[in-house]
Design a binder for this molecule. Structure first.
Ligand SMILES: [Zn+2]
Length: 162
């Protein structure tokens, strides 16, 4: 396992559509272990998508405080409902935040770390994190949801990033 450095804009890997994982072999297991270790290296990290460590594959991890880590392979949003405005930041765009629109609740399906299909219905920070990380797999960043880059705010110090 290793703590890897997080890719930041304008690294092109962040803009690539990530490929589906076909088989969960040793390299995928190692990728998941490295992603979890990289996420836990800093308490301000609540989630990570594989492209953020330079691997263009559809794998995400999420770590909510006090909850068991979530690993999803080839995740897809199958249902979204409601709408809310919230603050969002991204580890690949450090030092900035903006208010964006996200769903109130999402249902996501994907494989767990052993490839078994799971479904997660989420609200709150978990729903936001799932939408954010799945956007990363499609080469999207939260700033793509902004009407203008003037909405981006600079922040000092540590806040939760995805
Ligand atoms: Zn992000």
């Amino acid at each position: 396992m290793a703590v890897l450095s997080i890719r930041t804009l304008p690294d092109p890997v962040l803009r690539r559509k990530a490929k589906r994982v076909r088989t969960i072999d040793g390299s995928i297991k190692k990728l998941i272990a490295d992603m979890l270790e990289t996420m836990h290296a800093d308490p301000g990290r609540a989630g990570l998508a594989a492209p953020q460590i330079g691997v263009s594959l559809r794998v995400i991890v999420i770590g909510m405080p006090g909850e068991e880590d979530i690993v999803l392979i080839n995740p897809e949003i199958v249902k979204k409902s409601g709408e809310r405005l919230l603050d969002e930041g991204c580890l690949s765009l450090p030092g900035y935040f903006a208010e964006i629109k996200r769903a109130e609740s999402v249902t996501v399906k994907g494989g767990d770390r052993n490839g078994k299909e799971i479904r997660i219905k989420a609200t709150g920070l978990l729903a936001q994190a799932l939408e954010h990380e799945i956007d990363h797999l499609n080469g999207q960043l939260y700033i793509d949801h902004l009407e203008s880059m003037d909405k981006l705010r600079k922040v000092e110090g540590e806040e939760t990033g995805l």
